[in-house]
Design a protein around this ligand. Structure first.
Ligand code: B12
Length: 218
C-alpha cells in the first residue's frame, strides 16, 4: 500500500467533499478500500474533517446552505459504501437503541454515524429519522423497549426539544426504563445535566463506550 497514494486519497476525499462532488468522493472511497485503507480512517481522516471545514466556511459566510447540502450529499455517497463495512457484525445483539433527531431539526449525518458505530458494536438500532416529535419517541420506546434512547440536535434552537421529549417519557411512565443519551454539535455535558438526560457523548465512539459502561457490558 503506497503511503503517498493514501495521502492523496485522503486529500482528495477532503477537497471533493468540501466541493460537494459526489462521484470523485465515491471513486476515492472505493480506491481507498481496494488499497486496504480502513473504512474508519476514510471516515475520520477524510470525510469528517471536510464537513468540519464546511461548517467553518458557513460560519464565516463563505458557504451558504446549498454548498453545505451538496457537501453533505457527497459525504453520504461515501457513507453508503462504508456503512455496511463498519456495521458488519455476526454477533447477536448486545442491546437495543432507539435514535432520532429532535423536532424541528433535519441534520442526520451525526446521528447516522452514531447508528453505524452502535451497529458495529453489536446493538440493534431503530432509527426514527429526523424531525421526530416527542410522541414518536414515546411510542417507539413503548413498542421496542430499548435499553437506551438517543436524541440528536444540531441547532441551538432545537436542542431545547430534549426537555419536552424527556418530559413526555416521564408522563408515559417510561423514563426510568431507558437510558437517555443526548448529543449533536452544540450539545455539552452541562446541557445534558440541565435537561436531565443520563448521558452525553461528543462523538459516536464515546457514545458506544459510555453506553456499554452504563449497561455494564465490557
Ligand atoms: C451539513 C450541515 C447541514 C445540512 C444537513 C444535511 C444532513 N443530511 O444532515 C443542511 C444543509 C440541510 C443544513 C441545514 C441547516 N443548518 Co446546518 N450544518 C451542517 C454542518 C456543515 C455539518 C453537520 C454535520 O453533519 N456534521 C458531521 C457530523 C459527523 O457531525 P458531528 O457533530 O461530529 O457528529 C457527532 C456528534 O455530534 C455526536 N452526535 C450526533 N448526534 C448524536 C446523538 C447522540 C444521542 C449522541 C450521544 C451523540 C451524537 O456523534 C456524531 C458522530 O461522531 C454543520 C456544521 C458543524 N460543524 O456541525 C452545520 C450547522 C449545524 N448548521 C447550522 C445551521 C444554522 C443550519 C440552518 C438553520 C441553515 C439555514 N439558515 O437554513 C439549517 C437548519 C435546518 C434544520 N431545520 O435542521 C449551524 C447551527 C448553528 C447553531 N449553533 O444553531 C451549523 C453549526 C453551521 C454553523 N457553523 O453555523 N445544515
Amino acid at each position: 500500500m503506497s503511503n503517498e497514494r493514501i495521502d492523496e486519497i485522503l486529500d482528495g476525499l477532503y477537497d471533493h467533499t468540501i466541493d460537494g462532488e459526489t462521484e470523485p468522493v465515491i471513486a476515492l472511497t472505493n480506491e481507498g478500500l481496494e488499497l486496504g485503507m480502513s473504512p474508519l480512517s476514510i471516515l475520520f481522516d477524510g470525510l469528517i474533517p471536510a464537513l468540519e471545514e464546511v461548517g467553518r466556511l458557513f460560519e464565516e459566510g463563505t458557504f451558504f446552505v446549498p454548498e453545505m447540502l451538496i457537501a453533505a450529499q457527497a459525504m453520504q455517497g461515501a457513507m453508503k459504501i462504508l456503512r455496511p463495512l463498519i456495521a458488519e457484525t455476526g454477533a447477536k445483539p448486545v442491546g437495543k437503541f432507539v435514535m432520532g433527531t429532535v423536532k424541528g431539526d433535519i441534520h442526520d449525518i451525526g446521528k447516522n454515524l452514531c447508528n453505524v458505530m452502535l451497529e458495529g458494536a453489536g446493538f440493534e438500532v431503530t432509527d426514527l429519522g429526523v424531525n421526530v416529535a416527542e410522541q414518536t419517541f414515546v411510542d417507539a420506546v413503548m413498542e421496542i423497549k430499548p435499553d437506551a434512547v438517543g436524541m440528536s440536535a444540531f441547532l441551538t434552537t432545537t436542542m431545547p426539544m430534549f426537555i419536552p421529549t424527556i418530559e413526555a417519557l416521564k408522563e408515559a411512565g417510561l423514563r426510568d426504563d431507558v437510558i437517555v443519551f443526548v448529543g449533536g454539535a452544540p450539545v455539552t455535558q452541562e446541557y445534558c445535566d440541565h435537561v436531565g438526560a443520563d448521558g452525553y457523548a461528543p462523538n459516536a465512539s464515546v457514545l458506544v463506550r459510555l453506553l456499554k459502561e452504563k449497561m455494564g457490558i465490557t
